[in-house]
Design a protein around this ligand. Structure first.
Ligand code: ZN
Length: 91
């Protein structure tokens, strides 16, 4: 079994739900433009972890501006990513 397949299997075993915070991301004005609003979306997040290698974390909560399209990972998203990486490391 390839390492990539092993990682996919590991991701499939992780229960993501406990990683999701009870609080929804706050809607806020965009920092990049004057007339945009940051709206909550979920996107796959690709990262290169020193121990886990290339991983794609599905459905990470982020905020995207409805005017300029700027996308940021808010505190909720960072906590979510951290939680999943921790879960993968202990698998
Ligand atoms: Zn904007």
């Amino acid at each position: 079994m390839s390492e990539e397949q092993q990682l996919k299997d590991a991701l499939a075993l992780v229960n993501f739900e406990p990683c999701r915070g009870a609080e929804r991301p706050q809607i806020m004005p965009c920092f990049e433009c004057d007339n945009g609003t940051m709206l909550p979306i979920t996107l796959n997040y690709h990262t290169n972890h020193p121990n886990l290698g290339d991983i794609t974390i599905p459905s990470v909560p982020m905020l995207r501006c409805d005017s300029c399209g700027d996308t940021v990972i808010a505190q909720e998203g960072s906590a979510y990513i951290e939680c999943i990486i921790n879960a993968l490391k202990t698998n």
